[in-house]
Design a protein around this ligand. Structure first.
Ligand code: FAD
Length: 382
């Protein structure tokens, strides 16, 4: 019997690759293995659920059984891969060996955890999949005060969503502005002001050092000596691509699992895409890049070796309190930033010395200009 194409992970990368592959090949056995419950969902929706009043079941789009049928595949849920044996073309699930024809790593990134003193560590919730979200929603029921750790894209989106859902939100982060790696300071201020308008209280600079239970909830002690009363904590301090099992199997890793533009790792018949993959030096933790990778890799797996390319990939940040679209300049490009507009409505453009547009940040009403600007942007990976 032919060994199956084996995909590890049923997030957007795993399921979209399976879907693209089935458009080209309806016969080759396909096996998807996932550590979670295998439900199909759109991860970006996790930071919109409170405003839309959707629990985890409401965000789920399909059960694993329905996905298996749709994809003409076997889907093994709550099954964690514990090792890869590239020499014998098999993966390990504990003591069980599973053979593959081709192996695809679509196992995502894990949340970074920061050590915090005190007796309330279990009140800190990372939210990186549907099961995390279900746990957090259950814990948040009947509570009112949420402390968010992290002022990146995900921390800000949760601040907006939880405020819209009726929670009092405090946000703590050891930086001077929100989304420091993505935003020009003027745009960051516009976003922060928009969120403050919803009632979000920012504590930028300190970190959480101790979380302590008290009679009416929790006390969060910050490194600047201040204390915040809250009921639970969302941790959004960062994501780290999963590379350990790949490294242990001898695959090249860097920030992510290293792949070339055919999504091939350093071992034959093993590929990677999605949050875990570093594609030609780029580890982009967004949906658009993984969709391009899924289309290219499906072709390769179906017998037509294909390389991936990335066009411009603007990111729409889900902070309706201050609409925001960002397109950072491609790596290696240097330019000058210029701010137009004022208040909440800013057009912040980055041009090179020849006047060519390299990137932008748009806030408020200026987001309406994104389509016109997108046409002028360079490709991220031509
Ligand atoms: C709150 C939030 C909001 C976001 N919003 C946006 C947005 O607006 N726009 C955007 O472009 N991007 C957004 N992103 C990022 C985007 O959602 C991710 O880039 C994308 O979903 C990653 O998909 P993935 O399939 O690579 O990883 P994941 O969805 O993390 O899937 C990984 C899979 O691998 C499985 N797995 C892991 N380890 C093992 C193992 N050892 N054995 C078996 N299975 C394993 C997991 O169970 C899971 O099924 C957001 C992310 C978050 C957290």
């Amino acid at each position: 019997m032919t060994a199956p194409v084996v995909i590890i992970g049923t997030g957007l990368a795993g399921y979209n690759l399976a879907r693209e592959f089935r458009k080209l090949d309806g016969e080759t056995p396909l096996l998807l293995i996932t550590a979670d419950d295998g439900r199909s969902y759109s991860k970006p929706m996790l930071s919109t659920g409170f405003a839309k009043q959707k629990d985890a079941d409401g965000l789920s789009m399909a059960e694993p059984g329905a996905m298996a049928e749709q994809l003409k595949a076997e889907v093994r849920t709550h099954t964690r891969i514990s090792g890869i044996d590239p020499g014998h073309k098999r993966v390990w699930i504990g003591e069980e060996a599973v053979a593959y024809r081709d192996l695809i790593l679509a196992w995502g990134a894990e949340t970074v955890r920061v050590p915090v003193d005190g007796d309330a560590g279990e009140a800190i919730f990372p939210i990186n999949d549907l099961e995390d979200y279900a746990r957090f929603r259950a814990a948040a029921t009947g509570k009112q005060r949420v402390l968010i750790l992290g002022a990146g894209l995900i921390g800000c989106e949760f601040a907006n969503d939880l405020s819209s859902g009726g929670y009092q939100v405090d946000l703590v982060a050891p930086c001077e502005q929100v989304m420091p790696t993505l935003l020009h300071p003027a745009a960051a201020l516009a976003v922060q002001t928009g969120l403050e308008g919803l009632g979000v209280r920012f504590h930028l600079g300190p970190v959480l050092t101790r979380l302590q239970r008290v009679t009416d909830g929790l006390e969060a002690h910050l490194s600047d000596g201040s204390v915040i009363a809250c009921d639970l904590v969302v941790s959004a301090v960062g994501l780290r691509p999963r590379i350990d099992l790949a490294a242990a199997a001898g695959l090249a890793v860097n920030r992510g699992v290293v792949v070339d533009r055919t999504l091939s790792t350093s071992h034959a018949n093993i590929y990677a895409l999605g949050d875990c993959a570093e594609v030609d030096g780029l580890n982009l933790l967004y949906v658009m890049p993984l969709m391009s990778c899924a289309r290219a890799l499906a072709q390769t797996l179906a017998g037509n070796p294909t390389t991936v390319s990335y066009g411009p990939m603007p990111i729409t940040v889900k902070t309706p309190a201050c609409p925001l679209v960002v397109s950072p300049p491609p790596r290696g490009y240097e330019g000058q930033w210029q701010v137009e507009g004022e208040g909440a409505d800013l057009k912040v453009l980055c041009h090179d010395a020849d006047g060519k547009l390299l990137g932008y940040v748009l806030t408020g009403t200026a987001v309406m200009e994104k389509l016109a600007l997108n046409r002028q942007l360079p490709a991220l990976m031509a």
